[in-house]
Design a protein around this ligand. Structure first.
Ligand SMILES: [Fe+2]
Length: 261
């Protein structure tokens, strides 16, 4: 069956040059390794969904560097901000990839949201975002819809990360349920795979393209897992087939003794 192919890459934590390290991993090297793996897996032409924390410290140069890299690799990209990002700098730096709150492709539509708020890693949905989602859902009536945002609205089993889930997700949920055509919600931020539900909606998170957080940990902890990504096949009948891959043979090991970032 014909399907739309998407790859979610999340929490890149890139720096303004090629030398940014997070818990022992060079984040530009690991992002490039993910792009290479997509080519190897026959997913090099997928639409990329970059689900936040594209930068480590919201520097303008980071987004310019990323824009260049994506362009050189001939990628189609949609993106959304995370708590480590600055939306205005993203828009200015990712000059070849304008913001795309609503994307229409065949029988499918993708809505991207900004769940970040400045000065805190805790997720939040503003009234303006709710309004945009309402407009987006009306535009996508009759299509199968995928929702993407940085923060999870549900707990994933890591106590320290679960305190950062979206605090006011109830009104968003009501809106998403109202139209009956939202097929799944994708998020980043938690640096690990999680497949669960948010009420009646399927919810999937993805591993980071650099380091992973240890599952089921009470406090900050890095796992030894390599960089990863989530792939999705959006079938014409509205069914999503999805899975997660980790990069084989990546030559940098995360520092599992790291105590914060
Ligand atoms: Fe984040």
């Amino acid at each position: 069956m014909d399907c739309l192919k998407i790859t979610q890459i999340t929490d890149l934590h890139l720096g303004p040059d090629g030398n940014s390290i997070l818990a022992g991993v060079n984040t530009l090297d690991s992002f490039k390794a993910v792009l290479q793996a997509l080519d190897t897996q026959g997913r090099g032409d997928d639409l990329l969904l970059l689900s936040g924390d594209l930068s480590a410290k919201s520097t303008a140069e980071t987004y310019i560097l990323l824009n260049q890299l994506l362009l050189e690799n001939d990628k189609q990209v949609i993106w959304l901000p995370g708590n480590h990002d600055d939306f205005d700098l993203m828009r200015e730096g990712l000059i070849n990839y304008p913001p795309s709150p609503v994307t229409e492709m065949g029988n499918w539509g993708i809505l991207t949201l900004d769940s970040s708020q400045s000065g805190t890693p805790i997720g939040h949905i503003s009234d303006e975002q709710l309004r945009q989602v309402k407009v987006g859902l009306e535009k996508l009536a009759g299509k199968a819809v995928l929702i993407a945002m940085h923060h999870s609205p549900v707990e994933v089993g890591c106590r320290w990360l679960d305190t950062q889930k979206i605090q006011n997700a109830g009104s968003l949920y009501d809106l998403l349920i109202e139209h009956g055509n939202v097929k799944a919600v994708l998020t980043g931020h938690v640096h690990q795979q999680f497949d669960g539900v948010w009420g009646e909606l399927a919810l999937h998170t993805a591993p980071s393209s650099c380091i992973q957080f240890k599952k089921n940990s009470d406090d900050f902890a890095v796992s030894g897992e390599p960089p990863g990504y989530r792939w999705l096949d959006l079938r014409a009948d509205g069914v999503i087939v999805t899975g997660v891959e980790f990069i084989d043979g990546f030559n940098q090991s995360p520092d599992v003794q790291n105590t914060g970032y």
